[in-house]
Design a protein. Structure first.
Length: 124
């Protein structure tokens, strides 16, 4: 496998991981990393940007020869390690618990406000 095929395979692997782990399914690799935003640490976003830039450069025959495969492979591995560590079930469970907690707090606040108003009006 030459450099171009390797970089394209790395970029496709990162695209698949971003789609499966974070739900970012549309756009180029750089666009997907930007869309993931604060879900990714800055270092991982930079690593994904490095692979995306290398993918763009690899499409040009002369510019592709100037690529440093070691930096691209290192950036790819760091990004893959982070993305594979994301537990989709745990993220989903955390989101549901957060929404339920917010709804419970809102309900308690409304009940407390109702009791205060009833007490103030002398109905309780």
């Amino acid at each position: 496998m030459d450099r171009t095929e390797t970089i394209e395979a790395q970029a496709q692997g990162l695209r698949d991981l971003l789609a499966n782990r974070l739900g970012v399914r549309r756009g180029t690799l750089a666009r997907r990393a930007a869309k993931a935003g604060r879900q990714l640490p800055a270092a991982v976003r930079n690593d994904i940007a490095t692979v995306a830039e290398a993918e763009t450069m690899a499409q040009h025959p002369k510019v592709g020869l100037r690529l440093d495969p070691k930096s691209t492979v290192g950036a790819y591995k760091r990004a893959v390690v982070f993305l594979e560590a994301i537990d989709v079930k745990d993220r989903r469970k955390g989101l549901i618990l957060s929404m339920l907690g917010s709804a419970a707090f809102s309900l308690l606040a409304v009940i407390a406000l109702l009791v205060v108003v009833l007490r103030w009006r002398g109905l309780v």
